[in-house]
Design a protein around this ligand. Structure first.
Ligand SMILES: O=C(O)c1cc(=O)[nH]c(=O)n1[C@@H]1O[C@H](COP(=O)(O)O)[C@@H](O)[C@H]1O
Length: 281
């Protein structure tokens, strides 16, 4: 009989512990072709691997989590996904939390397979958490929400995205907006599960009145808020404060391009991450 894997603590607890030790910044790994070129790397699986592992080594120890953007690995096909597998497994070995930015969402039966792929025990692409798209309805995400809880992993559900186009879908309807219904459903889920919540939200740091728009005391979410939009999309400390106010302790500010542009030097990359983290703290 193979030895039983040690039980993993709930995602909310693991995230809280790492935030206490390393701060709250989440660094996105977005290996765009232009960034690879700026680092002197080929736009190939080999270039992708050197980039990804360099970011892990330089920035992992000073970040709450790393968030690889899955599309930028998928565009290299099977060999790109193999690089993502390597990155996720090296991060696991190094004790660095990962959030796969895959933005998955489908009807329940298919969602089960997405859940298994990104959150399933011993799956090659399993991360500590995955981003989910609730456009097919919050409940369609059930297989991922349940599997995350069972395996000590997490999900981040899109609520108010940082791009302007999102407003036409997410903000419409006032008190009954899509974003509000997602935020309330996530809070209810975390209440039911108890403890530190495993269902987080994605709320752009660029959405000035986010807390108000969600119609929720964000502390009552009892879960983490991933806030992309820091740096390249223009958000900084003032924008985060405007968007989240008293809920800032629950927020994981997220930045990709602005930090990655400091590479390829490991010292420069780490310094950029530390500076951003400390400015936003
Ligand atoms: O889920 C995300 O991470 C995300 C949500 C969102 O609302 N806006 C957003 O920009 N992102 C991601 O954040 C990354 C862009 O970060 P920057 O390079 O810092 O602008 C990309 O990988 C986006 O897919």
């Amino acid at each position: 009989m193979p030895p039983e894997a040690a039980p993993r603590a709930p995602f909310g607890e693991r995230l809280a512990a790492v935030r206490a030790a390393r701060g709250s910044l989440c660094v996105g790994i977005d290996p765009h072709p232009a960034l690879l070129a700026a680092w002197g790397l080929e736009d190939s699986p080999a270039g992708l691997e050197r980039f990804s592992l360099a970011v892990l080594d330089a920035v992992g120890p000073v970040s709450a989590a790393l968030k690889p953007q899955v599309a930028l690995y998928e565009r290299h096909g099977a060999r790109g996904l193999a690089v993502l597998e390597t990155l996720l497994s090296r991060a696991r070995d190094a004790g660095v939390l990962t959030i796969a930015d895959a933005k998955r969402g489908d009807i329940g039966s298919t969602m089960q397979a997405y859940a298994d792929a990104w959150l399933g025990e011993d799956r090659p692409l399993a991360a500590d958490a995955v981003t989910l798209n609730p456009y097919l309805g919050f409940e369609s995400l059930r297989p991922a929400i349940d599997l995350a809880r069972e395996t000590g992993r997490g999900v981040f559900v899109l609520a108010l995205t940082s791009n302007a186009e999102g407003q036409l879908v997410q903000h419409v309807g006032g008190d009954s907006s899509v974003a509000r219904s997602i935020a309330h459903a996530a809070a209810a889920e975390n209440r039911r599960a108890g403890g530190a919540g495993h269902v987080g939200l994605v709320v752009g740091a660029t959405i000035g009145d986010a807390a108000h728009r969600l119609g929720l005391d964000l502390a009552a979410l009892n879960g983490p808020i991933l806030a992309p939009g820091v740096g390249a999309q223009g958000a900084g400390t003032a924008e985060l404060r405007a968007a989240f106010g008293d809920a800032l302790p629950f927020v994981l500010p997220t930045s990709s391009r602005a930090i990655l542009a400091a590479g390829p030097g490991a010292a420069e990359l780490r310094a950029a991450a530390e500076r951003t983290r400390d400015e936003l703290a």
